[in-house]
Design a protein. Structure first.
Length: 168
């Protein structure tokens, strides 16, 4: 990811005061520095805006809308159904559509993508309900696997594999 750093130093000449400053008065200079990703600045070798690619609005694009838009666009640009003269262009577009769907359908990747686009301000509090649910689902899955392994702890790996092969 390309990062561009800019800084602005605003200095204003203070009015000339001929009296001496006390030791407890100090002069402060304000310096600001900001970093923006290349996608936000619109420079460099940037990837397309996934929302525009799928013809969606970032404000109201839910999981179902993303899935429908991806299906509609992938049926249109799939390399197997396109005109042979447009095969290279449709393949490139289909790869971009897959990347857009992968990013926008995953809540964590979508949050990162929205942040990179500048749609989420880092100073705003994040919605923790969605991240909490994701975390709780991961914990539940880990507990389920742990319980399953603990139930079979008395058996060796070889006996578990033999039992699994017999069941198949």
């Amino acid at each position: 990811m390309d990062i561009s750093l800019t800084s602005h130093l605003n200095t204003v000449k203070p009015p000339i005061i001929r009296r001496p400053l006390a030791d407890n008065h100090r002069r402060f200079v304000s310096v600001s520095c900001s970093a923006r990703s290349a996608a936000r600045l619109g420079c460099g070798n940037e990837s397309p805006n996934y929302y525009k690619l799928l013809h969606l609005s970032p404000d109201n694009a839910g999981v179902d809308e993303i899935k429908k838009a991806y299906r509609r666009m992938s049926l249109q640009y799939h390399p197997d159904v396109c005109d042979p003269s447009m095969k290279e262009e449709s393949t490139r577009m289909f790869v971009q559509l897959n990347a857009a769907y992968k990013t926008l359908s995953d809540p964590v990747l979508r949050m990162q993508y929205d942040y990179d686009l500048g749609l989420i301000d880092f100073r705003q509090p994040l919605r923790t309900d969605s991240t909490t649910k994701i975390w709780e689902n991961q914990i539940t899955g880990l507990k389920r696997r742990s319980d399953y392994r603990m139930a079979q702890q008395g058996r060796t790996w070889g006996s578990r594999m033999r039992a699994r092969n017999i069941q198949k």
